[in-house]
Ligand binder design. Structure first.
Ligand code: PMP
Length: 282
């Protein structure tokens, strides 16, 4: 496998991380995961713009322009013959003697991108998944796709240890998002999801789902969902680049839409798939 390390495509075995890379020592960096469907890079512009925004919010300058980056990512997909998979990419503040203070502006950011396996979880998309809730203990800039994922990692593990798929975060009584997903609840045919502010990552899949809902004539409302009122909703689902639209059938043991994916969720799943590169449409 070839990986992109700054400006060069090199063999995976040749890639080394310096012990003083700030990503390694401080989690001082940002990342993206992009989906490739049948060789086509899905929503690359949106992901790269979000990468640039995340980096900018923590005062990292990307080492290339987005146009150059796009060309390099296309090259990466092509040399590795990625057909149905993903691309992981991250940018750190660079390599410098350990010190909390930013290094000088002469220290370049370090970029790495490489293919990762990613297959649509088709079975789970049909059956739906169970989730649990937990307190959202993350910092208050969840809109930045930061490498600091400690609470997300803890929460995902807690779900797995309980035999569940995902943990949904609750901050001050409000449902925010999942440990690696956005969250939606459905009532009377309307889809509700948290507004895109500092408390959630504005998922690229979320944006596409809102578009898919418009296409399918499904009403959407971006507004806070009270955790205490969750049981008043009929359906729920989560989304991300890798899982797309994933129905939730139980939250903390309580069933939604009789323990099966709900009809509105299934119609959104379909409308989302209709936005994917041609050959993936059902
Ligand atoms: N929220 C969080 C916390 C995430 O980690 C992710 C996945 N990166 C998402 C939402 C979904 O984002 P996207 O649809 O861009 O994959």
């Amino acid at each position: 496998m070839k990986i992109l390390m700054n400006t060069k495509l090199i063999d995976r075995g040749q890639a080394k991380v310096d012990i003083e890379d700030r990503g390694y020592q401080f989690g001082d960096g940002v990342y993206e995961v992009i989906r490739v469907y049948e060789g086509e890079i899905f929503t690359m512009d949106e992901h790269l713009q979000r990468l640039e925004r995340s980096a900018g919010e923590i005062k990292i300058s990307l080492p290339y322009s987005l146009t150059e980056l796009k060309d390099r990512i296309r090259e990466l997909v092509s040399v590795n013959q990625v057909w149905d998979g993903g691309i992981y990419m991250q940018v750190t503040r660079g390599v410098s003697p350990r010190n909390h203070l930013f290094p000088g502006s002469d220290i370049p950011a370090q970029l790495v991108a490489y293919p990762i396996p990613s297959k649509r979880p088709e079975e789970l998309q049909k059956t739906g998944v169970e989730v649990i809730t937990a307190e959202d203990m993350r910092w208050k800039r969840c809109d930045i796709k930061s490498l600091n994922l400690l609470w997300n990692v803890m929460a995902k593990q807690e779900a797995a240890d309980a035999g569940k798929f995902e943990t949904i975060f609750v901050r001050d009584g409000i449902v925010t998002e999942g440990s690696s997903t956005n969250f939606y609840a459905v009532k009377d045919g309307t889809v509700y999801t948290h507004p895109s502010n500092h408390f959630i990552l504005n998922g690229i899949t979320r944006l596409k789902i809102l578009e898919a809902c418009r296409n399918a004539g499904v009403n959407t409302v971006e507004r806070e969902i009270q955790a205490s009122e969750l049981d008043q909703y009929e359906e729920a689902f989560i989304s991300s680049t890798t899982i797309e639209v994933m129905p939730i059938v139980k939250i903390d043991g309580k069933s939604y839409s009789k323990g099966k994916p709900g009809p509105v969720t299934l119609s959104i799943q379909k409308a989302f798939r209709d936005l994917l590169p041609d050959r993936k449409k059902d």
